[in-house]
Design a protein. Structure first.
Length: 266
């Protein structure tokens, strides 16, 4: 009887030790997984404000450590990966640098680096009317309306291009300005096909830029608007007419100071 009780006690001790060992291993595995998930990683941030279109230098950059669970996934981990790139937007001091906000200039101007792949930059000469009274700024979106005269003296207007991005006004591509400025040229971003349409419309007649609401992504139909143009009237000429003189079939007799006219016999 005593041996049986001792055996039960030993079995209970073994089971208790085994349960404690399994529980310890499970807790340790959870702790290791949590530590691995929360491990910090180096992230590149802006050490100072980086203006739009600026070529990034080493002095612009800094690094911080962030837990992997708090990272966004499209950031830079090494400052040398950002040096030499062009900022496509204004970067605030302390902001984590994201890859879609920078472009590789390689060769050419800053404007060339801003143009998206498979797109083209086309400059249009404007005045205070075509340029929407100076309210066009880099980053705005516009439509292009074309107008031309047909052979029958009818004016035809049509929206030929929709939702074009304004890359620059005159020689400024900065998006920090918000005050209207009358400019002489506007650079638009478009596809090669759209560039051909714009040049053709500009050669055939006149074009007008219309400013879009940035939240409006609708595309209107291309219905032509036709207006009759009244032909210019030729200047009226005054015809000088002379009154016919009355025929004088009579005979005039002058005697001294007396004048006497008598009708001739027919």
């Amino acid at each position: 009887m005593k041996r049986r009780g001792l055996l039960l006690i030993m079995i209970s001790l073994v089971l208790a030790v085994s349960a404690a060992w399994v529980a310890r291993n499970w807790i340790q595995a959870r702790l290791n997984a949590s530590a691995s998930t929360d491990a910090s990683e180096q992230v590149v941030v802006a050490a100072m404000e980086i203006p739009f279109g600026t070529k990034v230098e080493a002095r612009h950059l800094g690094t911080i450590a962030l837990p992997r669970s708090a990272q966004v996934g499209n950031h830079y981990q090494r400052p040398e990966d950002v040096v030499g790139l062009i900022a496509l937007q204004k970067i605030i001091s302390g902001e984590i640098l994201l890859k879609e906000r920078f472009a590789d200039r390689q060769a050419g101007s800053t404007l060339a680096a801003i143009v998206k792949p498979d797109m083209r930059a086309v400059t249009v000469r404007v005045d205070d009317v075509i340029g929407v009274a100076g309210f066009l700024m880099p980053g705005n979106h516009v439509d292009v309306v074309a107008a031309h005269l047909e052979s029958n003296q009818r004016a035809v207007t049509r929206t030929v291009l929709h939702d074009l991005n304004v890359l620059a006004v005159d020689q400024s591509a900065s998006q920090d300005k918000d005050q209207p400025v009358v400019v002489r040229a506007v650079t638009l971003e478009m596809t090669p096909k759209q560039a051909e349409i714009l040049v053709k419309a500009r050669e055939e007649g006149k074009i007008q830029l219309t400013l879009r609401n940035p939240l409006d992504k609708s595309v209107s139909d291309d219905t032509e608007v036709v207006a009759e143009v009244a032909p210019s009237k030729p200047a009226s000429r005054k015809v000088r007419t002379t009154e016919p003189r009355p025929s004088n079939n009579g005979i005039t007799i002058i005697r001294g100071t007396n004048v006497h006219t008598s009708e001739s016999a027919t």
